[in-house]
Design a protein around this ligand. Sequence first.
Ligand code: MOS
Length: 712
Amino acid sequence: MSSVPALVADAVGRPEPRVEGRLKVTGTAPYAYEVPAADPVFLHLVTSTVAKGRITRIDTHATQAIDGVVAVVDHTNAPTLSADGDPELRALQSDRVAFRGQVVAVVLAETPEAAREGARVVEVTYAEEPHLADLRADGPELYKPDNMPTVRQGDLDGAMATAAVTVDEVYSTPLEHASPMEPHAVTARWTEAGSDGVVLTLDASTQSAHGTARAIATLFGLDPDQVRVRSPYVGGGFGSKGMPHVHDAVAAIAARVVPGRAVKLAMTRQQMFALAGYRAPTIQRFRLAADADGRLLGIGHDVIAQSSTVKEYGEAAAGVTGHLYAAPSRTSGYRLAALDVAVPTWMRAPGEMPGMFAHEVAMDELAAACGVDPIELRVRNEPETDPVSGKPFANRRLLECLRAGAQRFGWSGRDPRPGTRLDGDWFVGTGVAASSFPYLRFPGNRARVRADGEGRFTVQIGAADIGTGAVTVLRQIAADALERPTAAVAVEIGDSSLPSATVAGGSSGTASWGSAVVAAARRFREEHGDAPRPGVLSEAETNADEAAQRYVMYSFGAQFAEVRVNVWTGEVRAARLFGMFSSGRIINPRTARSQYVGGMTMGLGSALLEGGVIDPRFGHVVTQDLASYHVPSHADLPRIEAEWLDEVDELANPMGARGVGEIGIVGVAAAVANAAWHATGVRVRSLPLTTEQFVDLPGDLPALAGHPAAYA
Ligand code: MOS
């Protein structure tokens, strides 16, 4: 079946500790802002205080008077950037303001303090124009994007009109911020071209050294190999560092003022809420039509999502609708609103996460309406082939995840009625949701293997480890491909001068980079045998994934939640989360578990805590710090457990592995919302779930009989 021979699995499968763990926990791994530089210059951003309009004047007199200020760069003196550049990166090019919080000037100074103070006293005058910053389901500004898929199969309206049971509801998800611990930061330096031709070096916090080098090169009209991007250590990204943001561009712009000197810029935590990208809010109409037994006759998913005027970003929430369940009719599509707001971007499971919330809460509503157990409902709607393309699924194991998960979680014997369990003053309920994430292996990844003598090897690939364990896992893969112990192999990543690699995104890293590493190791052994001379090397590049042409390939999972809701206050707490996943072979149980549990933790954040709030009057996110934008802390976390099916996906790649980075977040919010409904009878269709949604409880809940809260 497999097009490539499978890897021996010796190091692969072992719970190896992180290669760079000690450096990180001892604070000695240098992050982008911290790379040593003699005589650095510091940069601080000046950002717009209006949401739309024109800059009429920038007065820098007070700034120039501050000791240590080197220069102010704004649209009047910035270099002209290529019109082919990413519009989000084309900073300081005109007097136009497109959103509140946009960079309108930058201050360079000899100290971070002088730069910050200098930025504070830059006086910018605006001619303000009316703006639009609230996403509405009925706005005239909504448009159908050209490059997002529309699905039309069968007659959904007919099915909705005649079906025994229907669900037709609107689900909404908020703006969310990735909030990695390491802020978006960069150290930029222009130099004379050396022998490698590099003129601009960026030490960047990025999920893609090569992608960032390409984007910045385009911006400045350079060849990609004239820009070198290094990112060996990245303190979290979650998608928000998948593409460069404006800080990378303005650092490079500012560094032109001080050639030869390193310019350092780290976004403040507050600036990250506007300039680092965010998960776009959505309003999703979700429809289900079913017969009395819960067999689906139709699925409809109409997504409205926030985009920006600077750049179109489509939150692909309807991706889930195509492959999850069988149904003879199916429609899905998108409308976007290009608002006067900051630019959205990828955030862990972009599309799938908000889409699955709508899909799987709707399925829970259908289960309740039909009187069918939620797991049995999914069994009844399991498709034989991919419903949209008709292609076979490879390794579709959703039902196994649901069944094995149900057993491990303790699902059987669950009373399907809501509001039947009270523990003291807490309602208790359980919920389930499916999870899925596409299998992605990107072509065009290159790896190099070099013999270092004395049985040691170095493997090089421009991959990124954003805290996932990628470098550790690549070493295990390389060791097995070379048939050497892991201790004999060093892996170098995070540098655009290394062989080209694709982004640490789409949960594609292990598959994409690992395939290149295996190919390079195999070529090395062909070319140099088992006793290579020191210094010899081999390279190999991967091509397109053939199996992905013939099969529809996804990872699947089942998310279970136990939720407690306080009878008096409506406080919602997760008591327990359990996820059962199918991701192909697990290369490293320690780092994979950390990915699953981390994803589920983030899912719990989306369920109960995270929701960015835009004030439409001013157009910016007002919850722009971690005191008002809440992510889960230790005290918020229940017991979170993840397990996986023991499997090898032989169709996927030589490692037999799919991805683990994103599937952990998908479905958690739905499982929690479904459990909260089961606990209380209150159906919440907007994230996050909050206390006030559970204050007015249905009066006839069985568990309330005799409880003082029933008479309150
Ligand atoms: Mo992930 S949101 O694809 O970096």
